[in-house]
Ligand binder design. Structure first.
Ligand SMILES: [Zn+2]
Length: 341
């Protein structure tokens, strides 16, 4: 048994590679496969038209730590052409699939017998959460939600920002009538509210209802995995949009995108770990249209591309600062203003 993307597969690396060989048998790829004890050495399918004489492509048989970095079983490296990939990426490249997620699905469908009767991908959605010290009281969350439904001004504010009522329900947004602040509950992967982000109706004023390290959470990630949305919970094939603020993410959801917010222009280490613990690997970056946003996008790519994440980085050539401004301004045609998509 091996573990790939933290998911157990009932197969050895040798079995996976020989099954792959069978898939393209006519082409004679992976002609030679030698087990050295720690690796499989195969003829590399990616250089010399797959016809090299001496096998120079190594596949790890077991998980291996190199300089404190963990390489999962099945990690591939060709010592001649330099091709390097984890197993899902290798499967995708070898079989001509569109993404490592597709490669992962191929593996899970074949070798993850445990979960064949249900959605296999859900297995690892909730891994790796640190226990939280404290949560908002659910009765309090409900009270703020009811206050929002009662407040015409607050609802109007949200409608003006292109957020409609189903989002208020799906995310259980709230309103604090004393301070006149619309509240966005930030949940951890257990679904409990860790803290609120807020926006004052009187201006673009932000506040945190609780004194807490907000950089460890990702707004909307829980809802994405468990969404009671018209278009269902996100699956590993879906592209997930990453925006800066929660209102940005919600306005993307309004238009049928799966979106989360990192609540700032930079991603934290804890947030990276949080994303890694989900099955999502395809992302669209729509950080703010300013220097901080551009730097933030570069940072996200730098940290996560080596971990197998794929990004489309979008920008818009107008003066509008964030994606919510763009959506609010252009409504149905906002996507026409994006470039690089
Ligand atoms: Zn090679």
């Amino acid at each position: 048994m091996i573990t790939v993307w933290s998911t157990p597969l009932i197969a050895s690396v040798e079995q996976v590679v020989s099954d792959l060989k069978l898939e393209r048998f006519e082409e004679g790829l992976l002609r030679e496969i030698n087990n050295t004890g720690s690796d499989l050495m195969c003829t590399c399918p990616f250089h010399k038209g797959g016809r090299e004489n001496k096998p120079s492509c190594g596949v790890l048989l077991r998980e291996k730590l190199v300089k404190e970095r963990k390489y999962e079983a099945g990690t591939v490296h060709c010592y001649t052409c330099g091709y390097t990939a984890d197993l899902p990426q290798f499967v995708a490249d070898f079989l001509g699939l569109t993404s490592p997620v597709q490669g992962f699905k191929w593996l899970v469908a074949r070798y993850n017998y445990n979960s064949s009767s249900r959605e296999p991908i859900e297995l690892n959605l909730y891994r790796g959460q640190a226990p939280q010290a404290s949560y908002m009281d659910e009765a309090e969350v409900e009270r703020f939600y009811q206050e929002l439904l009662k407040s015409k001004a607050a609802c109007e504010y949200l409608h003006k920002r292109a957020l409609s009522d189903w989002l208020i329900d799906a995310f259980k947004l709230g309103f604090d009538p004393e301070d006149g602040v619309v509240l966005f509950p930030v949940r951890d992967m257990s679904g409990k509210v860790v803290f609120y982000k807020g926006r004052s109706l009187k201006g673009k004023h932000f506040y945190n209802a609780k004194d807490i390290d907000k950089t460890s959470q990702i707004f909307g990630l829980y809802e994405l995995c468990n969404g009671r949305f018209p278009y269902g919970a996100a699956t590993p094939e879906d592209e997930i949009w990453i925006a800066e603020s929660e209102i940005d993410a919600l306005s993307l959801m309004e238009y049928g995108k799966y979106a989360v917010a990192i609540m700032g222009s930079h991603i934290s280490e804890a947030q990276c770990k949080e994303l890694e613990s989900t099955p999502f690997r395809r992302f669209v970056l729509v950080l703010d249209n300013d220097e901080a946003g551009r730097k933030g996008a570069a940072q996200i790519k730098r940290l996560l591309i080596p971990k197998g994440f794929r990004f489309t980085n979008l920008r818009w050539d107008t003066d509008l600062k964030d994606i919510n401004d763009l959506v609010t301004h252009y409504r149905g045609s906002w996507m026409d203003y994006l470039t690089g998509y």
